[in-house]
Design a protein around this ligand. Sequence first.
Ligand SMILES: Cc1cc2nc3c(=O)[nH]c(=O)nc-3n(C[C@H](O)[C@H](O)[C@H](O)COP(=O)(O)OP(=O)(O)OC[C@H]3O[C@@H](n4cnc5c(N)ncnc54)[C@H](O)[C@@H]3O)c2cc1C
Length: 468
Amino acid sequence: MSALVNSASSREPSRIGIVGGGLAGLAAAVALAESGQSVELFETKRRLGGRATSYEDPQTNVLIDNCQHVAMGCCTNFLDFCNRAKIQHLLRRDSRLHFIAHGGRRNDFRGVNWLPAPLHLAPSFLQLTYLTLKERVQICRGLLRLSRVSLTSDPGQSTIGEWLRKDGQTERAIRCFWEVVLVSALAESLDRASLAAARKVFVDGFLNANAAYEVYVPTVPLQQLYDQVASHLSTQHTSIHLSKPATSLRPATNEVQLVFDDGSSRAFDFVIVAVPWRRVADILPPELSKVSNAATSITSSPITSLHLWFDRSIMSLPHAVLIDRLSQWIFAAPATGVYYYQVVISASRDLAGRNRESVLDEVLQDLCETWPDAKQAELIEWRMITEQHAVFSVTPETERQRPPQQTDCPRILLAGDWTQTDWPATMEGAVRSGYLAAEAILSQLGIDKPQVVPALEPSWLARWLRLT
Ligand SMILES: Cc1cc2nc3c(=O)[nH]c(=O)nc-3n(C[C@H](O)[C@H](O)[C@H](O)COP(=O)(O)OP(=O)(O)OC[C@H]3O[C@@H](n4cnc5c(N)ncnc54)[C@H](O)[C@@H]3O)c2cc1C
């Protein structure tokens, strides 16, 4: 350690290699470059972004995202990253969430600014008339109990599904409320998702702070965000190498050799491995086999998105949450002259045995039942994209396997949404992990520069109710 601190005091920038150009790797790069380090990032694909990415559609040559990605107001690190990388203007903020139940009944969910959290959402919640009054009262009580659950007395064993049933929540309340929020937020079914992750969604995302529930939606294909991030990094003397897969790491006393698939290698003072859990064992050295084994045991959860182009508008809202339907969220593309919509189905395991046309038919039926005018619209094009390994499955077992960013080899760090971040698989988790890895390197260099941004300040009422 002292050797590392000495090298910092000589003020030579450290050479830092980052493997993986997803949000975790990019966040680490932004943080380290700002601190004056010499950063090189290596990405195996031709594009940055990893799992939050765009494709060029081979039939139309149009850039489309693998899936609409959204963040929330509680994603303080992701939003900080957007500010630092100067892409915040490419996100819009939706502070009114549109829930639509069977029969087309619409309830808007909106915070009241002058009421302290969690009361700010009470007026909207009480107007969720697709739930009976009894269900609403039962859910409120459940939310209070969930926020006060002691996770230390539940050593990572329970799923949220088990907890809700023990709490006496009815099947209908589970299907029409708990599942609606949690399956999209965690991309996992309630019978698998951990109690801790579910609690976090409600406490951090809705109950603690007024701005937490707001949704941030990119207004351009994700690729355009990364183009800006890359150009920002180039002004910080950071090199990005695309189509450059790393194959292994060789730690030595004073450096780490990073080896590439063409047989070449490069020496760095530190290397951050920011690849998904399924790839990490390919790269890590035998000294870190414990981490490799833990990563290998983590399972995945799929997300499906349907991209639909119609000849006319089918809804006037920027987004909608459909209750108790196969189609969970629908997003309208910004006015570009084409009527392009994305329907998102998280934790889409059940679609595995179905053919694509039957999934499309059910989604179209969802849309036509929700907006009867959609029956007149002609579907011009459609694509269905399923990412089988969209996110790590946030089960109680996974929670116990997630490794910290620091490893037993001090010059090798981990980053990625799947590492210990206290967050489920999200862009926020990815950015946090990148910041944590950067922070750990800077600290080894004797530079005390916190990178992780704190959570939103809880309201006085949330503190008084002990929701935090
Ligand atoms: C369909 C879908 C929808 C989602 N929706 C949302 C959402 O709405 N909101 C949200 O917050 N999150 C969402 N997520 C999750 C979010 O995309 C991820 O949590 C986040 O992007 C993970 O970032 P990461 O950097 O940790 O990993 P990744 O994005 O997986 O990045 C890892 C990178 O490492 C590269 N790599 C792998 N091996 C090597 C190697 N040997 N050498 C060099 N590079 C390598 C990969 O190509 C990849 O680019 C969604 C994910 C998917 C797939």
